[in-house]
Design a protein around this ligand. Sequence first.
Ligand SMILES: [Zn+2]
Length: 256
Amino acid sequence: MARSDYRCAPIAAGQRFGRLTAIERVANNRHRAQQWLFRCDCRTETIKSVRSVRLGLTQSCGCLGLERLAEHRRGEANGSYKHGKTYSPEWNAWRAMIGRCRHPCSSSYDHYGAIGIDYCERWELFENFLADMGPMPDASYTLDRIDNDLRGGAAYCRGNCRWATRSEQAFNRRPRRPNATGFKGVTKRVTKKAGTYYVSAIEKDDRRHHFGPFSAPEPAYAAYLLAAGALYGVLPKDAAAFAAGLLSRGARDLPV
Ligand SMILES: [Zn+2]
C-alpha cells in the first residue's frame, strides 16, 4: 500500500475541502495516487489527488489561486496587503516547514514532525518568520537548521535557522555512520607501495577538496576541519570534542 494511502484516510462523496466538494473516486494518477472528481463552488468540475486536498494544497479548481493572485497584486499596488510576500521564496520555505512539522500527510513528516521537530510559536505568523530570517539571498537557498539535534520549537526558530545553499545544508546534515577511521571526511588507504595512510576530502558546490596523505587519521581530520571552517563557516558537531582530545594529547604534529 502506498504511503499516501495509509497516511491520508479515504474521503467520502459530499465531503468538502475548501471550495471543492467530493463527487466520486476516479482512476489513480500515473503515480498511483488516489484521485477524486470534485465540483468547485464556481461549478467547474476537476480531478484532484486525495493527498493534495487533504494537505490543503488544493482548495479549488484553480479559481481561488487566481483570485488570491489578483488580490495579492492589488495589495502590492496599493500597499495594503499584509506582507505582500505570498508565494515568494521565503513564503514557500515557510509553508514547506509547516508541512514537514505539522502535516502527517507531508512526504517529509516522518523525518520532521514525527521525530519531534517543530517550529516556535512566533513563527506561526509568516511576518515574524520573515522578520527573523530576512530575505532569502536567492532562490537557490533553503531553510537550514544549524543544530539538527534540537527538538520541539527550538528546531525551527530564530536562533537555529539560516538560509543555506544546498551544499552547505548537505554538509550540516547529521553525520553518516562513523566510518572506519572514526573521523568524518577521513578515509584510510592501504597500498603495497605507500603502506597505510589517511586522506580527507570535503565538497562544496560540486567541487571536491582533497587533503593528505597523512600518517594518522587525526591530522587528516584537522585538515578537514580547517577546510570546513573556511568553506562553510561551520564545524561538524564533533569538532569541539576532537579539539579537546588533541589538547590533552598535544597537537604538535598537526598541519597549520
Ligand atoms: Zn473554482
